[in-house]
Ligand binder design. Structure first.
Ligand SMILES: Nc1ncnc2c1ncn2[C@@H]1O[C@H](COP(=O)(O)OP(=O)(O)OP(=O)(O)O)[C@@H](O)[C@H]1O
Ligand SMILES: [Mg+2]
Length: 293
C-alpha cells in the first residue's frame, strides 16, 4: 500500500513544485489538504466544502475533491448533479478537465465516484490514470481532499500522499477513540516525516469541552506514538449545519455570521497564519471561543 501511494505522493510533490504553474503566472504552489476521520459522520464533507469556500473568499483558487469512492456526497451537499465524476476519469472515459465542475460559491469540485468498493484498492492501471490526471489540478492554490471515514486503502493512499492531514473528531468517546486509531495507523504505516497532522474538534458545545477533547487526543498521540498533532480548534455544534445540508447549501454561505461559519473562517486564518480580519475584540473573542487561545 505504501508503494502504491509513493507515486501519488510524488505527484503531489510535483504539484508543489514550480513546474505546476501552467499558465497562471508566478511561482504557484498547490497546498494539498486531506480531511479524514476515524469514525464516519463526524463532519468531514461539510468541513471540506466550507473550508474551501472560506479559502476562496481569501482569493485562492480552490478545488474540493470528493475522494470518497464509496459514498460520494460533496455534490449532494451543494445541490449539484454531476454529469461525470471520478469513476469516469478512473475508467478513462473522461479527463479531469471534463469532470471538474464550477460552482457558484467560488470553488471548483471534482465529484466522487459512488459505486467503487470502499475497501477495494484501485488497480494499478486505474491509479496511474488518476495520478496522471491529477496534474491538471496543479493550477489550484489549494486542493482539499474529502475522504471517506476510516482506513480503507484508498483513503490511506490519499493520506499518505498529502503533506497535511486534518483529522476531524467530535467529543463523543467513540469518535475520539477512532481519531486516535487513525492517527496511530498513519503514524505506524506511513513513513513521511513531512506529514503534518492537525486536529479539529467538530460539534463542540463549549470551548472547554473542545479544548479538553483536543488535548486528550494530542497528548495521547504525543505520549504513546511520539506524534505531533496540531490543534486547529473547534467547530461549534450549530443547527445551521443540518439546516444548510437540507437546503443543499454550504452553511458559510447560508449564514456567514453563524457560529460554525465563524469557526471555519478562523480555522482558515490559522492554516494561513494570517489574522482573522474582524476587529480586535471579535478576533480575540473568537480565538477564545475556538479554544485556540
Ligand atoms: N458542527 C455541527 N453541528 C451540527 N451538526 C453537524 C455539525 N457537523 C456536522 N453535523 C451533522 O452531521 C452530518 C454529517 O456530516 P458530514 O456529512 O459532513 O460528515 P462526514 O464525516 O463527511 O460523514 P461520512 O463519514 O459519512 O462521509 C451533517 O449532515 C450534519 O447534519
Ligand atoms: Mg463525507
Amino acid at each position: 500500500m505504501v508503494d502504491q501511494a509513493e507515486d501519488l505522493r510524488k505527484m503531489m510533490k510535483e504539484m508543489n513544485g514550480s513546474d505546476a504553474v501552467k499558465g497562471y503566472g508566478g511561482h504557484r504552489k498547490t497546498r494539498v489538504i486531506t480531511v479524514s476521520s476515524g469514525k464516519g459522520g463526524v463532519g468531514k464533507t461539510n468541513l471540506a466544502i466550507n473550508l474551501g469556500i472560506a479559502y476562496a473568499q481569501l482569493g485562492k483558487r480552490v478545488v474540493v475533491m470528493d475522494a470518497d469512492l464509496g459514498l460520494a456526497n460533496v455534490n449532494v451537499c451543494l445541490g449539484i448533479i454531476p454529469k461525470y465524476n471520478l469513476f469516469h476519469l478512473i475508467k478513462k472515459q473522461k479527463t479531469m478537465k471534463d469532470i471538474i465542475i464550477d460552482t457558484k460559491y467560488g470553488i471548483q469540485i471534482v465529484a466522487g465516484a459512488s459505486g467503487f468498493s470502499k475497501i477495494a484498492n484501485l488497480t494499478d492501471a486505474e491509479r496511474d490514470v488518476f495520478i496522471s490526471e491529477l496534474d491538471t489540478l496543479s493550477y489550484a492554490d489549494v486542493l482539499i481532499i474529502d475522504t471517506g471515514a476510516g482506513v480503507g486503502q484508498n483513503v490511506l493512499s490519499f493520506v499518505i500522499a498529502s503533506d497535511e492531514v486534518i483529522i476531524v473528531t467530535t467529543p463523543e468517546p467513540t469518535a475520539i477513540t477512532d481519531a486516535y486509531g487513525i492517527i496511530k495507523i498513519i503514524a505506524t504505516e506511513i513513513n513521511n516525516p513531512a506529514l503534518e497532522l492537525k486536529l479539529i474538534v467538530n460539534r463542540a458545545t463549549s470551548v472547554i469541552e473542545g479544548r479538553k477533547v483536543a488535548e486528550r487526543v494530542i497528548n495521547i498521540a504525543n505520549q504513546f506514538l511520539n506524534v505531533k498533532v496540531d490543534n486547529l480548534g473547534i467547530i461549534y455544534e450549530d443547527i445551521i449545519i443540518p439546516q444548510s445540508v437540507r437546503k443543499q447549501m454550504p452553511f458559510i454561505i447560508n449564514d456567514p455570521k453563524a457560529k460554525a461559519s465563524q469557526c471555519v473562517k478562523h480555522i482558515v486564518s490559522r492554516l494561513e497564519g494570517v489574522e482573522f480580519k474582524e476587529g480586535g475584540g471579535l478576533k480575540n473573542f473568537l480565538a477564545k471561543m475556538m479554544g485556540t487561545k
